[in-house]
Ligand binder design. Sequence first.
Ligand SMILES: NC(=O)c1ccc[n+]([C@@H]2O[C@H](COP(=O)([O-])OP(=O)(O)OC[C@H]3O[C@@H](n4cnc5c(N)ncnc54)[C@H](OP(=O)(O)O)[C@@H]3O)[C@@H](O)[C@H]2O)c1
Length: 342
Amino acid sequence: MTNQAAWIKEKQGKPLVIDEADMYKPGAGEVLIRNHAVSINPVDWVMQDHAFFPMSYPNILGCDIAGEIVEVGPEVTDFKKGDRVISHAINLVTGSPSHGAFQQYVIGQGNVTAIIPDNLAYEQAVVLPLAISTAACGLYQSHHLALPLPSIGAARLGKTLLVWGAASSVGSVAVQLANASGFDVVATASAKNIEYVKSLGAKVVLDYNSSSVEDDVVKALQDGEFAGVFEAVAKPETLKVSLKAASRVGGGRLAPVLQVPEELLPANIKKAPEFIFAASLYKESPEVAKAVWGEYLPAALADGSFLAKPDPIVVGTGLEKIQDGFERHKQGVSAAKVVVKL
Ligand SMILES: NC(=O)c1ccc[n+]([C@@H]2O[C@H](COP(=O)([O-])OP(=O)(O)OC[C@H]3O[C@@H](n4cnc5c(N)ncnc54)[C@H](OP(=O)(O)O)[C@@H]3O)[C@@H](O)[C@H]2O)c1
């Protein structure tokens, strides 16, 4: 077996260069995956264009993997050769090229890997991994929202969570996980995505471009006990509105995907000092990873109660298409994920 990767050869190196890579041996708790699809996340091209945190070069970027397990490492009991899986690649934490998604064979961490059903195509399933870890960190880590862990058919708790930016990849997962934790979800999206977000299980979906959105959110949050805000997009212009609405219904906790300027925080909204860091899940919160990735996700994908959404925009097949995927993602997406088949 030989391996090939789409390398970032040097700081801000562009385009990615297709070249040989090592064939890796999975360590304890790891699996070796033959990659069949990857998706593009904002962090991939932001790292290429701006190198916004330090990394050694050459290296291999990429967070989302869907493929087939070819070898399991020591202490791995949940997977076997031939399993079809999705996995969250954690190169941004370890800095090791073996952990970057953009290659044919890649090392995945067993505790942020899940078996997918036979009828779920790799290019559809691959929209999920980073979004799953991001939403799981924000919803379940004790320093963020600390919701009860998800389960199929969870009892309703009479509590309501606000998910702002629910048509995004992260928001689409957050709506579904919060629902599976027994929470009602009030969400925002642009008008064209309201039905889409309702199809994910949100109880009320409001247009964030409406001039009355703050009042609309406050009204929707009157039902049930307000449980907090998951900010899936965290743009300053709408963050102001979501936090003001949350403050008007009594305040609570906030879990944002990006840094929130302190001056935007009303006194009755509390958040952890740091924003969500998806790659912290596999190491810092193994109990959350096990409950979400190990238990809930494979069962809920199999019985259809959790959907691999948003739908992919497949820009092509082959490692050489990943740079095209970066450029496509920069144009912006709406309830969609940019995907490359391998
Ligand atoms: N901290 C972490 O660990 C972590 C991990 C993953 C992602 N992120 C960050 O999280 C953000 C979301 O990532 P993603 O991949 O989910 O993004 P994405 O899917 O590319 O986001 C696009 C979506 O955002 C929605 N949107 C844009 N502006 C909005 C606003 N002002 N209010 C509400 N919705 C808005 C759009 O909804 P409409 O189409 O309905 O307009 C669109 O569907 C990015 O900034 C990303 O860098 C952070």
